[in-house]
Design a protein. Structure first.
Length: 87
């Protein structure tokens, strides 16, 4: 059975557009049943400073943003950056 998460992404307009494009590519691959490697470059010392939050709460007034904890991510470990979605 499919599950869902509510997610808020915060960033500059151009980076948000790039992120949406990435999501569209992932969705298209899921729809067509294709397996591809997608190269994603993140320039975190430039404008590429996206922030991700989980959302809890049933209504707009009661929503709480919960920052993603990325402390355990070693950006110098290539194996940790090799991520599979799916099987």
């Amino acid at each position: 059975m499919s599950k869902f998460i509510e997610l808020r992404v915060i960033g500059e307009k151009s980076e948000l557009k790039d992120f949406i494009r990435l999501c569209k590519v992932i969705q298209r691959l899921s729809i067509t049943g294709s397996c591809r490697t997608i190269k994603v470059t993140v320039d975190g010392d430039g404008s590429g400073r996206l922030a991700f939050y989980g959302i809890e709460g049933a209504n707009e007034e009661g929503k709480t943003l919960i920052p993603f904890n990325s402390e355990g991510i070693d950006v110098d470990n290539e194996e940790m950056l090799d991520i599979w979605i799916g099987e």
